[in-house]
Design a protein around this ligand. Structure first.
Ligand SMILES: [Zn+2]
Length: 190
């Protein structure tokens, strides 16, 4: 069985350094706690979830706090279609058919009115709710893939850039959809 200890720890121990190196702690992402957690001696998280639920490995020194990932990712909320696949979350691609469906529900409500508006509101709210759900789980799912290779600080710095780009891009996308529905679609039909 391979040495389960973190590489740095094993190397330090082999190097004959003092006990301070054993103060190093292993942190992973617990999919059941939905946050970064410290591994206990038996490999479980503090809540008692099994080692299989804890992904990745990041080494912290004795006094370093366990980093906390934000609970919401703005770029994942606004642009799940792009953010998802760019972060290995291919489920984000599902938003293409969902958005097209929501768009056509709104267009038919505008054309036929009445009960169609109720359907359009239900579809649009469901779409936004799904985007919110996706964004709430985005940071955990994305960071889990890069844990140990990218620090939390570096990950969050990249996500801030994503957010800065996502806000104008989302407005452009929405503007394009409105332009398409109000101007291009009627022109194509006539
Ligand atoms: Zn846990």
């Amino acid at each position: 069985m391979p040495d389960a200890r973190p590489r740095g720890l094993a190397a330090n121990a082999a190097g004959g350094l003092n006990d301070a190196c054993f103060e190093l702690r292993s942190v992973g992402y617990c999919v059941l706690c939905e946050r970064l957690v410290e591994r206990e001696a038996d490999g479980r998280c503090l809540a008692g979830h099994p080692p299989e639920a804890i992904h990745g490995r990041m080494i912290l020194s004795a006094d370093e706090p366990v980093p906390v990932l934000p609970r919401f990712n703005l770029a994942a909320f606004l642009l799940p279609l792009l953010w998802g696949p760019a972060h290995g979350q291919w489920v984000g691609a599902l938003f293409l058919p969902i958005w097209l469906f929501a768009d056509s529900a709104i267009v038919s409500a505008a054309q036929r009115g009445g009960l169609m508006w109720i359907a359009a509101v239900v579809v649009a709210s469901g779409t936004v709710a799904f985007q919110y759900f996706f964004a709430r789980h985005a940071n955990g799912a994305a960071f889990r893939r890069v844990i140990g290779r990218v620090s939390v600080g570096e990950y969050l710095r990249r996500e801030r850039l994503w957010a800065i780009v996502a806000v104008p891009a989302a407005f452009l996308l929405l503007g394009w959809a409105v332009y398409f529905d109000l101007v291009l679609r009627p022109a194509l039909k006539s």
